[in-house]
Design a protein around this ligand. Structure first.
Ligand code: NAD
Length: 320
């Protein structure tokens, strides 16, 4: 199955667009026909993206025809954003789909290792799949920890929105760093490090932390199983791409949180704020000053993170 998918993903259904010639970041989106992939394909319109290549195993001609009607100027792959995967239905956890999504991410990681080993990889979902990409790249001897990112930006955007609503602030002025991972209690919003500074009593802090951690499930339920968070996920995937391409183009001071290989916590991968640069991660800015509530959340998240990471690593070890 692995090699059959590997052939299908990069080759069978593919469509490339030339976009603005202003910068030269060429971006690939495997899973481009999906609920996240379609709105993410609107990256085509960004002046930061000079070429966009869409991959999927289904419906690509339709998406390509649709996108081709958007007016943009007519041309080494730098960034691959992977929203490919099977979404969960109500009542399912991300773990229920582990084998299917692990297989898809492993397949696409092998394709990246073979066809664009220099590219920066941005992937979602995250806690087990970033270790999968890492292990595949190690097997292909092209591993560079500064170039593999798990997108957790959706948790940050949700935290900013909910805090702004609670405190009556402009969301554009609110930035909550979110640490840890990207599922349930591994999502650790450190509201004590929020800019602007906000004062929230502990009971509200606990409640809003739970709201941020369960926001994905709220969307799955509200859509009655038809889809999960596709628009907000595509928005945040695009935001991460823009930040990265800005930094790759030499913009200074670009910081985003992301789930990466990290020495910052008692597990191999952990999300903290990262200074981005021309070659991916420039500097891990670390956990910083942390509240007792933050410490407690990190301690509670570590066992689950370790188990998810191990699951991803074992998957690649047992792969034929
Ligand atoms: P979707 O089913 O609408 O789209 C997935 C697309 O991936 C489909 O078009 C499918 O054909 C494609 N695909 C599958 N295998 C592929 C392969 N080997 N190569 C290329 N394309 C392939 O799903 P969606 O709503 O877009 O969600 C995609 C993934 O993102 C799911 O795994 C979902 O769980 C995850 N997700 C995560 C979050 C989050 O916050 N972590 C939020 C939303 C979705």
């Amino acid at each position: 199955m692995f090699s059959a998918l590997a052939r299908l993903a990069p080759v069978a259904l593919r469509r490339s667009f030339s976009t603005s010639a202003q910068n030269n970041a060429k971006v690939a989106v495997p899973g481009a026909s999906g609920g996240i992939g379609q709105p993410l394909a609107l990256l085509k319109n960004s002046p930061l993206v000079s070429g966009l290549t869409l991959y999927d195993i289904a419906h690509t001609p339709g998406v390509a025809a649709d996108l081709s009607h958007i007016e943009t100027r007519a041309h080494c792959l730098k960034v691959v954003v992977i929203p490919a995967g099977i979404p969960r239905k109500p009542g399912m956890t991300r773990d229920d789909l582990f084998n299917t999504n692990a297989c898809i991410v492993a397949t696409l990681s092998v394709a990246c290792a073979q066809h664009c080993p220099e590219a920066i990889i941005i992937s979602n979902p995250v806690n087990s799949t970033i270790p999968i990409t890492t292990e595949v790249f190690k097997k292909h001897e092209i591993y560079n920890p500064n170039k593999i990112f798990g997108v957790t930006t959706l948790d940050i955007v949700r935290a900013n929105t909910f805090i702004a609503e609670l405190k009556g602030l402009d969301p554009a002025q609110v930035n909550v760093p979110v640490f840890g991972g990207h599922a349930g209690k591994t999502i650790i919003p450190l509201i004590s490090q929020c800019t602007a500074q906000v004062d929230i009593p502990q009971d509200q802090l606990t409640a809003i932390t739970g709201q941020i951690q369960e926001a994905g499930t709220e969307v799955v339920k509200a859509k009655a199983g038809a889809a999960l968070a596709t628009l907000s996920m595509a928005y945040t995937g695009a935001r991460f791409v823009f930040s990265l391409v800005d930094a790759m183009n030499g913009k200074e001071g670009v910081v985003e949180c992301s789930f990466v290989k990290s020495p910052e916590a008692d597990c191999a991968y952990f999300s903290t704020p990262l200074l981005l640069g021309k070659k991916g991660i420039e500097k891990n800015l670390g956990i910083g000053k942390i509240s007792p509530f933050g410490e407690k959340m990190i301690a509670e998240a570590i066992p689950e993170l370790k188990a998810s990471i191990k699951k991803g690593e074992e998957f690649v070890k047992n792969m034929k």
